[in-house]
Design a protein around this ligand. Structure first.
Ligand SMILES: Nc1ncnc2c1ncn2[C@@H]1O[C@H](COP(=O)(O)OP(=O)(O)OP(=O)(O)O)[C@@H](O)[C@H]1O
Length: 317
């Protein structure tokens, strides 16, 4: 009989609650195959970072187990750590050292031998357009440069599993493209990637499967296509307004599920029914909105999340 392939990462019923807040994650299970890109999507506070902290062995779960290429995440921490690369959403560095030195020390700490560490770090710094700044002190780096350096560090030892927390948030357009290219290359070479992100366009573009996290638990898990096809009857109306408005009248339009402000846009998640777009526009006008442009878009993962939970992925800050 052929043995089923060993998952690159397997989480079984992971729970971790913070004593002070009583919040965290509860009973989270998923499995990621070698070469698979797996998205973790959920609003602020849904438990993405906590889950990644557990899976990276930074904190122990209260319950459940996890395995990295078969190695037990609780009993075989060293083995698991060596196989994993982690990028946290707020990376910290030694500000007085150069970017190159930071990344080099990281690689050496993972046991990469000197010459190889130097070569790999240079290659990655180059890939992420950091070569020019490689010998500047990190305290002079911008936020985006710090994020790119954290990516270099997560990748330098050649991990089998990559855990990335909001990796492309704060990256400029070119850097986001470089990041996506790198993820595709790594996946082709068999690296499993867990991508915690609320950039739904990027998640749809990169991820083979996605789990939605909500209040510490997984509420749905499937391919982006399957998830989106579950909201066929949903429309996404995006209105650009000249000025921000109180949009209560739009929310009370029949069939409107949720209105989410995004910069100068109002994104209206609504059911598909005859006349709904006209009614949304009327609601915008009643709100005092001066509509600059309006588009009706196909549903995306954000609409799926709204449908499942009644809440938006991104809240107003
Ligand atoms: N150190 C902590 N002590 C107490 N509660 C915490 C701690 N860290 C996180 N929490 C709580 O645990 C829950 C999950 O937080 P977590 O940071 O994992 O969410 P997240 O999905 O990563 O959010 P974000 O998108 O904002 O990073 C939240 O309700 C949060 O308030």
């Amino acid at each position: 009989m052929v043995e089923p392939p060993v998952p690159a990462l397997e989480a079984r019923e992971i729970s971790r609650r913070y004593k002070s807040s009583g919040r965290g994650v509860e009973g989270v299970s998923f499995s990621v195959a070698p070469g698979e890109v797996f998205g973790l999507v959920g609003p602020n506070g849904s438990g993405k970072s906590t889950l990644l902290r557990v899976l990276s062995t930074a904190i122990e779960p209260d319950g459940g187990r996890f395995f990295v290429a078969g190695a037990d995440g609780i009993r075989e921490k060293r083995k698991v750590r060596a196989r994993m690369g982690l990028m946290v959403d707020r990376p910290t560095h030694y500000g007085d050292l150069t970017g190159r030195a930071n990344a080099y020390f990281f690689a050496r700490a993972y046991g990469v031998e000197e010459a190889k560490a130097e070569a790999v770090v240079s290659e990655l710094l180059d890939f992420f357009d950091l070569a020019e700044y490689a010998d500047d002190r990190v305290k002079t780096y911008s936020y985006g440069m710090g994020k790119k350096l954290a990516l270099v560090e997560a990748l330098a030892h050649g991990p089998e599993v990559l855990l990335l927390d909001e990796p492309s948030l704060g990256l400029d357009y070119t850097s986001q493209l470089a990041f996506q290219r790198k993820i595709r290359d790594l996946s082709e070479s068999g690296v499993a990637v867990v991508l915690a992100s609320n950039q739904v366009d990027e998640v749809e573009a990169l991820c083979d499967r996605v789990a939605f996290l909500y209040r510490g638990g997984v509420v749905a898990q499937d391919t982006p296509e399957a998830l989106i096809s579950s909201v066929e009857g949903v429309r996404r109306v995006v209105a650009t307004l000249r000025n921000p408005v109180e949009y209560g009248p739009v929310e009370s339009v029949e069939g409107v599920q949720r209105v989410v402000p995004e910069g100068r846009n109002l994104v209206v998640h609504c059911d598909e029914r005859p006349g709904i777009v006209a009614d949304v526009v009327a609601g915008l006008v009643r709100s005092g909105g001066d509509v600059v442009s309006l588009s009706v878009e196909r549903p995306n993962l954000e609409d799926v999340f709204v449908k499942l939970t009644g809440e938006a992925l991104r809240r107003e800050d």
